[in-house]
Write a protein of this length. Structure first.
Length: 440
């Protein structure tokens, strides 16, 4: 595929839809994790508690549990109107909006319980949206076009994270005016705007076509339904990849570990380093957007031309290296130019790694079980990193930010080994069975 054909894929309607749907998918994540940690730290909540509250994100790690329901269960009225995928997307987006309104109205200084329950609701609805959207994306285009869809999806996803990160800080700062310290009313305004922003996804769902539905074998009993919805999707994966499945699952489980574990303490780090909401918002909004777009485009384009596994290795190396830049920043002190350099490098690396990784996960799925299998992969991707991230506040309290960021970079070393083993195994199996290369 030449560069002109590559660019043409990015302008296809399927790719452009993924841009706005990716925005809807990326919007809730920081609002229940990263941005929320900034809000809580500014409200005086200790780092250890913030770290443990990041376990709200474990909802994303268990979405494979209810993925078979999203994959198979019709919603009364909605499914007949919108189809199987879009009906679940719309329901989940309404749940995200309602949860964000609840988070807006809660005050962490008066007690964390209401805020945590609303954050859990957002995480659950967001994870459900991810299940339906991943299936929608995989069913919307053939395998060879998935890296491009993954890149535009990641671009929209990253733009949403900029809006939910830098944008919410900018909105809170504007609503707060010149008042110093924590202002819950300002955060209320910011979170209500975030709730309204999910309309981008709602409109896209209503205007988009439903992908060609995959035929489902009718279940004559509860046992048959369990067999087709719960057992067959997982059995299919292990049947196709056999012993190689263990290597694939190990790689998925740790690929994003450096970024996920580090990310929980990034915003508390900015607060403790003396950066204002305006400074963090300006840097991530301007430089973060540019480097994220560039990274997603580079990752998707290089994956199409050189293969996903090569770019997975590049993304893993860059992700670990940029964590070392945060360690350097911790010793450098408060400096906006230094923050610009570090955030730019981090967003570029993350964009490249994410586009390649989503393309890789999409290539592993059987389209007959797309929602359930992709949910398994993306859940596994987050489960171990989110669990470890819960102890990040304790680690920072004990050893400081510089050592914490260095340690998260070292967590990326096993990833390099697993990517190398996956590439080697793929080459060996492709020589022995020519059709094997079409599976991954």
């Amino acid at each position: 595929m030449n560069w002109r054909d590559t660019l043409r894929v990015y302008l296809a309607p399927e790719s452009l839809r993924m841009l706005t749907l990716g925005f809807a998918a990326g919007l809730p994540l920081l609002l229940v994790l990263g941005t929320l940690s900034f809000r809580l730290r500014e409200a005086g909540i200790d780092r250890s508690t913030i770290g443990y509250l990041s376990w709200v994100g474990l909802a994303y790690g268990f979405k494979w549990v209810w993925a078979p329901l999203v994959d198979r269960l019709p919603l009364p009225g909605l499914t007949r109107w919108l189809g199987r995928r879009r009906s679940w997307l719309l329901l989940a987006q309404c749940g995200v909006a309602a949860g964000l309104v609840g988070m807006a109205l809660a005050d962490p200084r008066a007690g964390l319980t209401p805020l945590v329950w609303c954050a859990l609701a957002v995480a659950f609805a967001s994870a459900t949206q991810d299940i339906a959207l991943d299936a929608y994306r995989i069913e919307s285009a053939p395998t060879e076009e998935q890296p491009a869809l993954a890149a535009t999806y990641q671009t929209g996803y990253r733009l949403a994270m900029i809006w939910a990160g830098a944008g919410v800080l900018w909105l809170a700062a504007r609503a707060q005016g010149g008042v110093a310290g924590y202002d819950n009313a300002a955060w209320q305004v910011a979170y209500l705007v975030m709730a309204a922003s999910i309309l981008v996804g709602v409109v896209t769902v209503l205007l988009s076509p439903e992908p060609q539905p995959q035929p489902l074998k009718p279940a004559r009993s509860a046992q048959e339904w369990i067999q087709s919805a719960l057992i067959e999707p997982f059995a299919d994966f292990f049947k196709r990849y056999q012993w190689y499945a263990a290597l694939i699952l190990a790689l998925i489980a740790v690929y994003r570990i450096s970024d996920v574990v580090m990310g929980i303490m990034a915003n508390p780090f900015y607060v403790d380093m003396g950066y204002t909401k305006d400074e963090v918002a300006a840097v991530t909004k301007v430089y973060g957007v540019v480097m994220t777009l560039l990274g997603a485009f580079i990752g998707g384009s290089l994956s199409l031309r050189f293969g996903v596994l090569r770019i997975l290795m590049l993304g893993a190396v860059l992700s670990a290296f940029t964590n070392l830049l945060f360690a350097w920043l911790a010793g450098h002190g408060h400096s906006v130019p230094a923050l610009i350099a570090v955030v730019s490098a981090d967003n570029l690396a993350s964009g490249i790694a994410s586009a390649a990784f989503v393309g890789y996960l999409s290539s592993l799925t059987n389209i007959s079980y797309s929602a359930t299998q992709y949910a398994l992969f993306s859940s596994l991707m987050l489960l171990l990193p989110k669990f470890i991230a819960g102890f990040s506040g304790d680690y920072v309290d004990a050893y400081g930010y510089a050592q914490f960021f260095t340690s998260t970079a070292l967590l990326g070393l096993p990833v390099l080994v697993l990517v190398a083993l996956a590439a080697r195994t793929q080459r060996q199996n492709a020589r022995q069975a020519p059709d094997f290369k079409n599976k991954i």
